[in-house]
Design a binder for this molecule. Structure first.
Ligand code: ARG
Length: 563
């Protein structure tokens, strides 16, 4: 039930204002004794030639109050008190009827949205920044799909570029096959770093690297085989991580995919007369837009990162006919995307404005131990396995009898990390602090998980309850606040879509957990003589569990039944 809308409709019957304007004016009062919705009458004073206080008190007399407990005027405000019994009943029954689809809709109307995220680089470690894009993208995908958008998930793998020529050269010189089989990315990284060290002393190596990349581009079978092997070995490791996170993609078209499609795009830019020559390179000048030129072909004729992005955008438009193409990539690449989108626009593509870069912040570590790993990258697998191990320690302390401890620790530990990523608005930097993020108190993944498990254990104790519930008895402040929070689930999701910001949902789930704990600290569910009240409370707990579970799902976290 959309009460705000109902309030607006009732007001409209008496005023010459359109419904949207009225809805915008409606406020949520700061205190419960001032009602659930308030309509300020100041704006009407001029057109009605009456004092706002007068308008409010007249409206109060005229308005149809069906569905409301009462409608009051308080100074210049008209205050609406929702009929709590009906509201509570409608909300809880709706949640229990709709179950895992509560909160979803068809608002997206099947519109095509491309969500590009994760996109790690082959032969390089999957680092904490890649987990940030992975968590955001995966969540946006779930949120958008939940509201009826037709999403395509793309992993734009960094699997092409001159570095692969260097890697082939390094492989031929220094690879340790055994190490490669055991820990591929570590070994590929080792020989790649060695290549750079050696090239400082011996610059001819760079030429050798270029030569191998040329071979690769020309389809030389040995070079291609090696590149394929690097790609497969890397993907195997990436897939381990995706499996742990429950993340998947519809397309793995990385940079290499566009190899044979770039010429057409370069030609298009040429035909449209926006490609100019600069020091032998071909560029699109962007000084008019306060940006450096976008390099499309280097002086040796080779394509670069931007060429592949221009081509990818066009390919995606042709293939998926998107109404929006979302790029979840760190904010350090903002200029790159501004350039690419501008070039597309200059090439006459209307849809360029539907391409959006969704940036996110930098990841830091409070624990020194993690910040000083070799190579300055924190390996994700280490981060995840440490989270699981530490969670297991906590469970061993708090609930040593728990069955499937390892399984629970895995879900809660990994969930704690994902939660930390998605807790604050994405452009804020993140500081990882083990103690904080694994705590069962405060705004953390484990806190929400624990609240859910606790609610589930209450339900196991009291049983299903019967249908004989009297929802009008859930009239305490804590109960009503909880129901109100549950009811606003969809509003949060839609706001998250508007901002393309999963943290809105993360915050929402925390709010539900907090409201539930307040309720449960003040009221009992089990020891009640009054069956109708007891059943209503059982239903409230069931509804809370459902909403937490749905909310966690949307941010990519699986709820655990016991912990
Ligand atoms: N592979 C890049 C990196 O790891 C990210 C790719 C972002 N996506 C894109 N379409 N350029 O930094």
């Amino acid at each position: 039930m959309d009460y705000k809308k109902l309030v607006a409709e009732r007001i409209k019957e008496h005023l010459e204002l359109d419904i949207e304007t009225i809805e915008k004016l409606i406020e949520i009062p700061p205190r419960p004794d001032m009602g659930d919705y308030a309509f300020p009458c100041f704006q009407l004073a001029k057109s009605l030639r009456k004092a706002p206080v007068m308008i409010a008190s007249e409206l109060k007399e005229q308005i149809n109050n069906e569905g409301f407990e009462k409608i009051d005027s308080l100074g210049p405000y008209l205050n609406f008190f929702v009929d709590k019994g009906t509201f509570v009943k409608n909300t809880i029954e709706k949640i229990l009827a709709e179950k895992e689809s509560f909160g979803s809709s068809t608002i997206g109307n099947g519109k095509n949205v491309v969500v590009e995220y994760s996109s790690p680089n082959i032969a390089k470690p999957f680092h904490v920044g890649h987990l940030f894009t992975t968590a955001i993208g995966h969540s946006l995908y779930r949120i958008l799909s939940f509201e009826g958008y037709n999403c395509t998930r793309i992993n734009h793998l960094g699997d092409w570029g001159t570095q692969f020529g260097k890697l082939i050269s390094a492989y031929k010189r220094w690879v340790d096959e055994e190490a490669l089989e055991k820990d591929a990315i570590a070994e590929l990284l080792r020989i790649y770093v060695k290549f750079h060290d050696e090239a400082e002393k011996n610059p001819e190596l760079e030429d050798e690297g270029r030569m191998y990349f040329k071979k690769l581009e020309d389809g030389d079978s040995e070079a291609v085989e090696l590149w394929k092997r690097f790609r497969e070995l890397s993907l195997k490791e990436f897939n381990n991580i995706y499996d742990l996170l429950g993340v998947d993609f519809d397309s793995w078209a990385g940079e290499s995919f566009y190899n044979d499609k770039m010429d057409a795009v370069v030609k298009e830019l040429e035909d449209k007369g926006i490609l100019t020559e600069s020091n032998g390179a071909k560029v699109v000048m962007l000084d008019e837009y306060n940006m450096p030129p976008c390099i499309v072909l280097k002086s040796d004729g080779a394509s670069i990162y931007a060429t592949r992005d221009l081509t990818a955008a066009k390919y995606r438009k042709d293939t998926y006919d998107f109404s929006k193409c979302i790029y979840v990539v760190g904010k350090d690449q903002a200029l790159h995307f501004n350039q690419v989108f501008k070039v597309l626009e200059l090439a006459g593509h209307e849809w360029a404005k539907e391409c959006v870069h969704i940036p996110f912040g930098i990841v830091k570590f409070a624990d020194k131990k993690l910040s000083t790993r070799k190579g300055d990258v924190v390996l994700l697998e280490e981060l995840l396995s440490e989270a699981v191990a530490k969670t297991l320690e906590i469970i061993n302390e708090k609930n040593p009898e728990l069955e499937n401890k390892e399984e629970v620790a895995k879900k809660v530990g990994i969930g704690a990390i994902v939660f930390t990523y998605l807790k604050n608005s994405r452009e804020r930097d993140i500081v990882f602090d083990w103690k904080e993020m694994l705590s069962f108190e405060g705004e953390t993944g484990p806190y929400v998980q624990y609240t859910y498990a606790r609610a589930k254990s209450i339900l196991r104790k009291v049983g299903e309850g019967s249908s004989e519930s009297d929802f009008s008895k859930l009239s305490s402040r804590e109960e009503f606040e909880l129901v109100k929070t549950l009811e606003s689930f969809q509003k949060s999701i839609l706001f998250a879509i508007e901002k393309l910001e999963p943290s809105v949902v993360t915050r929402y789930v925390v709010d539900v957990a907090k409201a539930f704990n307040k309720f449960y600290n003040a009221h009992t569910v089990a020891n009640l003589e009054d069956e109708a009240l007891k059943n209503a409370r059982i239903k409230l707990v069931q509804a809370t569990c459902q909403v937490i579970k749905n909310g966690l799902y949307l941010i990519g976290i699986e709820a655990v039944e016991k912990m």
